[in-house]
Ligand binder design. Structure first.
Ligand code: GLU
Length: 544
């Protein structure tokens, strides 16, 4: 999710590290930090906000050191602040680490380390790593990294340095990116190639659980048990633009391919092994969840469509009356809400003005407000009674893709949690549904990998010249159609309508010419037969 850069060589590294961070800005940033070793001690710089903020204080870090690590953070655990910005250090001040990803068992590790006397200075999951290194260091940073890695669950990359061994950087990854760049008398480590593309094109992509020891004279790879591994460098021929897009043509396509990771991250730590939904920070006790009389969902654009899926799920599973409105309408209405209302406000950025205004209106009327957002520390998180984070990472494409799916997943989790607490679904059924949710990231990935792009391109070419598209769906197929139609308008500028399939005969059918494309969402559900008869209706009229 975030950006990591490490450098070791013969040049002063402060500006090299900062330039590397700049190249990783597209991976997300809400705070940043650099740590270098100078005269046997760490020099640390943290800043909150974008990299312009860091640039304005960069001079505070003396530029003499020739090795260091740097990080741009995209917070998942703990709001953006100086204390939570990486690098994190241990109690003795001898170990510094930067981490990308999530340490799923950090709470258990943190409690254990605290019991052993370690003092924590941040709210992040990442800080445990620095203390784990401190605890197990026995003269070898590589050994301590291996030991920390063994104890950590989740998906992450971390890079560590120690004042005890100022001539090495050690890195390891688990299901998140890590790349090594090989130079002349200097070497790099990063979460993505653009960080050092201006310096070298000779790279190695380590495997999960491979210990990477980066020194001035070379880079060595080891198994966790300490066996050397032989790795040959490859040359990348991407230009900077292609490298930022991970080889995809556009950020949107890159983000479509990140959807499975966004879903896996949003699920992470929210299902127990037995499939029980556990949601922290909702601002609702089980008793208050049982007492709820109504849910009101407010959102705009794509988030509104995710909310519509939530309405179907909340009513079906949790048996709560649900009202949903676009925030720009809701805020100027006189809605009937009160203390037994849960207002679910969905906003990717957590800064959408209409959604914030709708939240304030709901709070003013005595409702509890739950924000569903992708941005830790955003305004919505500060004003809500509780927060449910999607963990989709930064989305650069203007048209929402991975964040939409993550929002849908978040509202489904909420509906299942409420269903269980309110006893409206048998526990066994909740388990079945959560098992299905667990399978989605893998299924989605295999769909995207199995040449979906080629098939989609073929269909797009066949229909691209049509001046109008109609989307039809029922039940949760309807919000999917609304979202699909929105995408086509935003991206292709093609006039598009989306309708409840049952409404087709009440008007929209008149819009269709001979051969007009009609996109129908017909999934395996209780409305499948109904949708099929709508398809027949369209066809019988010689359309589509
Ligand atoms: N989970 C870590 C944190 O919240 C790292 C997030 C990131 O990848 O930037 O600090």
């Amino acid at each position: 999710m975030c950006g990591i850069v490490g450098y070791i060589g013969d040049r002063p590294c402060r500006d090299i590290l900062f330039r590397g961070l700049r190249k990783l800005e597209y991976r997300g940033y809400d705070s940043a930090g650099i740590s270098v070793i100078r005269e046997g001690r760490f020099d640390l710089l943290h800043s909150v906000g974008n990299l312009d903020k860091m640039e304005s204080v960069l001079h505070q870090l003396e530029d003499g050191s020739t090795m260091g690590i740097a990080h741009t953070r995209w917070a998942t655990h703990g709001r953006p602040s100086n204390e939570n910005a990486h690098p994190h250090t241990d109690c003795s001040g001898r170990f510094a680490i930067v981490l990308n990803g999530i340490v799923e068992n950090y709470l258990a590790l943190r409690v254990r380390l605290q019991e052993e006397g370690h003092t924590f200075t941040s709210e992040t999951d990442a800080e445990v790593v620095a203390h784990l290194l401190e605890r197990s260091y026995n003269g070898s940073l590589r050994g301590a990294v291996a030991e920390a890695y063994r104890q950590m669950e989740g998906h992450f990359t971390f890079v560590a340095i120690t004042t005890e061994e100022p001539d090495a950087i050690v890195a390891v990854r688990k299901e998140t990116p890590l790349v090594v760049g090989l130079g002349e008398g200097e070497n790099f480590v990063a979460s993505a190639v653009p960080a050092f593309l201006a310096e070298t094109r000779s790279v190695i992509f380590p495997d999960d659980g491979e210990l990477v020891v980066v020194e001035r004279g070379g880079v060595d790879f080891f198994t966790l048990e300490g066996e050397p591994v032989r790795r040959e460098p490859e040359q990348v021929d991407w230009d900077e633009d292609a490298a930022e897009k991970g080889g995809y043509e556009t950020f949107m396509l890159k983000e479509i391919h990140e959807q499975a990771v966004a879903l896996a991250d949003t699920l992470s730590q929210r299902l127990t092994h037995e499939g029980v939904v556990e949601l922290e920070g909702l601002g609702l006790t089980e008793a208050s969840a049982r007492a709820l009389g109504q849910v009101v969902i407010v959102a705009c654009g794509t988030s509104y469509h995710a909310g519509l899926v939530g309405k179907y799920a909340l009513e079906r599973w949790a048996r709560i009356p649900v009202e949903i409105d676009v925030a720009s309408e809701f805020r100027y209405r006189d809605p009937v809400i009160g203390p037994n209302t849960l207002c679910v406000a969905i906003s990717q950025s957590g800064e959408t003005a209409d959604t914030l205004a709708a939240m304030r209106l709901a709070r003013g009327a005595g409702a509890r407000v739950l924000a569903v957002t992708n941005i830790v520390g955003s305004q919505a998180t500060r004003e809500a009674d509780g927060v449910l984070f999607t963990r989709a990472g930064l989305e650069i494409g203007v048209a929402a893709t991975k964040t939409f799916l993550a929002q849908v997943l978040a509202v489904l989790l909420l509906a299942l949690w409420l269903a269980e607490v309110r006893g409206t679904l048998p526990a066994r059924r909740v388990r079945e549904l959560t098992q299905e949710l667990r399978r989605i990231p893998t299924l989605l990935n295999s769909y995207l990998e199995d040449s979906a792009d080629a098939e989609i391109e073929r269909v797009a070419r066949e229909y691209a010249h049509h001046p109008f598209f109609l989307y039809l769906g029922r039940n949760i197929g309807l919000p999917v159609c609304l979202e699909g139609a929105l995408k086509l308008k935003e991206i292709s500028y093609i006039p598009t309508e989306a309708y409840a399939a049952g409404e087709m005969k009440h008007g929209p059918i008149a819009l269709l010419d001979q051969g007009s494309p009609v996109v129908v969402v017909a999934t395996d559900s209780h409305v499948y037969d109904k949708v099929v008869s709508n398809i027949q209706e369209v066809k019988a009229r010689g359309r589509a």
